[in-house]
Design a protein around this ligand. Structure first.
Ligand code: SF4
Length: 267
């Protein structure tokens, strides 16, 4: 017993003062993409397109565009681009309120690594401030590989301590304010996801976590369905998209906090 108390005192307070302090993330972490603007006409190889396993890249007239909703953050395009025009910053705050806002064009802003809570990218579809003090989420793993699910679960540990924000996972959709969905939504999980969504009382929110939940990810186009959350739930039902494969736990926490970020900033 004495050893436990001694160890507890030795470890001290481990919860990070997030979002007001910057988390320590591995230097290998690939965050917000930064794309050098300008025409790619001079490049005949299109090696970046060939390297991308999910078709997340597009070459537009103004330069490359990257869809974070499909991206696995594998960095294959960064290695393949002969002109070094595709790089990844260390910025973990990647969530967006709209699907369109996940498409990155041009260079990342210079202040990307400054601490603090920010709104997600794009415009909120509706006012979510009702959920600023208490938010209960039912997690639905819709055919996921357990990578996103593991990073969602870890938010309950003492480093992240999701509960201090008034956010908890609920055991039933009937007791929840919304769904947090992971996985590409396989045929077998379509009905279960729809049933869970219908069981959540209004007003309800949906957070799509990971490339699979957003777009189907690597399973996109599979005959097992797998078109992501929006292939099953009604149009406009997703309120926050959290990209990544899997997203870093800090990215997921930032995405959940962005549900009512203005009210949280005011606290
Ligand atoms: S990092 Fe994203 S855009 Fe680049 S090759 Fe991998 S999946 Fe495609």
């Amino acid at each position: 017993m004495l050893n436990i108390i001694r160890e507890r005192l030795h470890q001290g307070y481990r919860t990070l003062n997030y979002p007001f302090a910057s988390p320590s993330i591995s230097p290998r972490f690939a965050g917000l993409p930064s794309l050098e603007p300008g025409s790619c006409k001079g490049c005949k190889s299109r090696a970046c397109l060939a390297a991308c396993p999910t078709g997340a890249l597009r070459i537009a007239a103004e330069g490359p565009e990257l869809d974070m909703g499909r991206c696995l953050f594998c960095r294959a395009c960064e290695t393949a681009c002969p002109e070094g025009r595709i790089t990844f910053t260390h910025e973990h705050r990647l969530a967006a309120y709209t699907r369109e806002a996940l498409i990155v064009r041009g260079r990342a802003p210079e202040d990307v690594d400054q601490p603090g809570i920010r709104p997600a990218r794009g415009e909120q579809k509706r006012d979510l401030s009702l959920f600023s003090r208490s938010l209960k989420l039912r997690e639905v793993s819709a055919g996921g590989c357990m990578a996103c699910e593991a990073d969602v679960n870890v938010l309950g540990t003492l480093i992240y301590d999701l509960g201090r924000f008034g956010i908890e996972y609920a055991a039933s959709p009937r007791h929840a304010d919304g769904l947090l969905v992971t996985g590409p939504v396989t045929e077998n999980m379509k009905k279960a996801l729809l049933d869970a969504w219908q069981a959540v009382p209004e007003p309800k929110i949906v957070i799509a976590v990971g490339a699979c939940a957003i777009s189907g990810g690597t399973f996109r186009g599979s005959r097992e369905g797998c078109g992501g959350v929006e292939s099953v739930l009604p149009e406009g039902s997703v309120d926050v998209y959290v990209p990544g494969c899997p997203p870093n736990p800090w990215t997921i926490l930032d995405g959940i906090l962005s549900v009512a970020w203005k009210k949280r900033m005011a606290k």
